[in-house]
Structures are given as structure tokens and as C-alpha cells.
Design a protein around this ligand. Sequence first.
Ligand code: 76R
Length: 248
Amino acid sequence: MAEAVETMDGWYCLHDLRKIDWQAWKQATASQRDAAITEFQELLTKWDVIDEEKNGSHAVYSILGHKADLILMVLRPTLKELQEVELSFNKTALASFTKQTYSYVSIVELSKYMAKEGEKPEEHPGTQARLRPRLPKWEHLCFYPMDKRRQGEDNWYVLPMDERRRLMYEHGMTGRKYAGKIRQIITGSMGFDDWEWSVTLFAKDALDIKKLVYEMRFDEVSARFGEFGSFYIGNILPKDEVPSFLQV
Ligand code: 76R
């Protein structure tokens, strides 16, 4: 039996993907639309306070393509608070003009593959900050769920620890080339959702996302063991740009 790596777990995470029913939205009266926009902005203002007090964080991006128009990525200390956020959005007028086309429940995760003998990475202040991150306000977001393969010779879960550590080291080295260009949040979702991890990448330049994901495909760990779900890509939607985004 291979040894499981110990994980460090932080805030709970919801990726909430919404499609807007533009037809219904257009049919609403201008005052209904204005009220819905104001209510949504007020909700975002409440979340901003939580963000500033470091009791959670969130990101709102508009999504391109048919899979969604909007993503709300929310981090909270407990699953209960996370659900309250989902419910509070569902109860807004704007939500009644949306359909939840995908969602993903997970928890911010760091593993101890890189920890040295006797070291306690959970005690580093940097680790604590990464487990409870303030999401960046960078221009672009990319989100996708993924698994590590369990098939024939390529079964991640029977590889010895040293081998997994070697592969994760190589993975980290590729990732580090993008320091300052990409911020990644890895969340674990075993027992929580249909895939094993979610990957959220924030970038100032959208092309850096493509370059990183492409380059990683050649890392042994992604080439042999990476299985990927659907990809979502979007642009930041600041609170004050919500009215123009929803303008019809
Ligand atoms: O935490 C660390 O920074 C140490 C190194 C590291 C770990 C342990 C790291 C670095 N990652 C780790 C774990 Mn990652 N990561 C992904 C993807 O598309 C693909 O091919 C894979 C999706 C990307 C793009 C990415 C980016 N990483 C993980 C895990 C958990 C695996 C496990 O426990 O078995 C997954 C699923 C995963 C997937 N990773 C980095 C990055 C980047 C950019 C870095 C460098 C971070 C930095 O040093 O700033």
C-alpha cells in the first residue's frame, strides 16, 4: 500500500457557475432590473467586508462561451458559511434570471510533498496565508476540475511516495516559471465533489494561462496522470461594472 501524503486544508470553496436568461432579463421592467442590480451590488459589498476582515474571500468573473456567463468563486471558513453564501445569492432577484449550469465544492489544499524531514509547514505564516487566501483582482480567471489517473501502469494511488514527490517537484518547477504572472489556487474535493481537485488560475495576461497549462501537459505528472474536466475562462467583473455588464 502506498502512503497517503498529508494535506493541509484551509477555507471551503464554492465555484458557482451561472448562465443568464437574457430573454427573461430583457422582458423584466427597467425598474426590476435596476433593483436586481442594486441588490446584487449590495450583496457584493457585504462580501467585500468579509474579505477585508479576512473571514473569507470571493471573486466574480464573467465567463466566455456557452457553459456559463458568470462565475462566483467564494471561500469561507466553514461549509455552513459557504452554503449561506450560495443561499444568499439564490435568494436575490438577479439569481432568478440565472441558471446554475455548474458548481463545484472543495477546500483549499496544500500537500506536504515538499516538506523537509521534521519540518512543520503548517507553522509557516506563509502557509497559513495560502490556506486562507485573499483572491487576487487580476484580469482573468481559469477554472477546471481534475483527477489523477488510476489506470493500469498509470495509477497515481499506487506510486510510492518518493516517486510522487519527484513528480510533484517537477510540476512545481514548471509552475514557478510563472511566478508573478499566474496565481494558482488548488482545492481538494475528495468526498465533496465529482473530481479530486479544482484548479483556479488568476492571470494578468490570458495567454499566460494557455502557456502554463500547455507547458504542464509535458510534465510527467500531467502527461501520465492528469485527467481534466471542463475548462472555464473569463474576465474580471468589478462590482461597479455590473450595471454595464447587465445593460440591455
Ligand atoms: O504548493 C506549492 O507551491 C508547492 C508545489 C506544488 C504542489 C504541491 C504546486 C505548484 N502544485 C502542487 C500541487 Mn500545482 N497545479 C495544478 C495545475 O493543468 C495541469 O496540468 C495541472 C493543473 C496547475 C496549472 C498548477 C499550477 N497542483 C498540485 C495538485 C495536488 C496534487 C496532489 O496532491 O497529488 C494539483 C492537482 C495541481 C495541479 N502548481 C504549482 C501550479 C503552479 C503555477 C505552481 C507553482 C506555484 C509557485 O511556486 O508559485
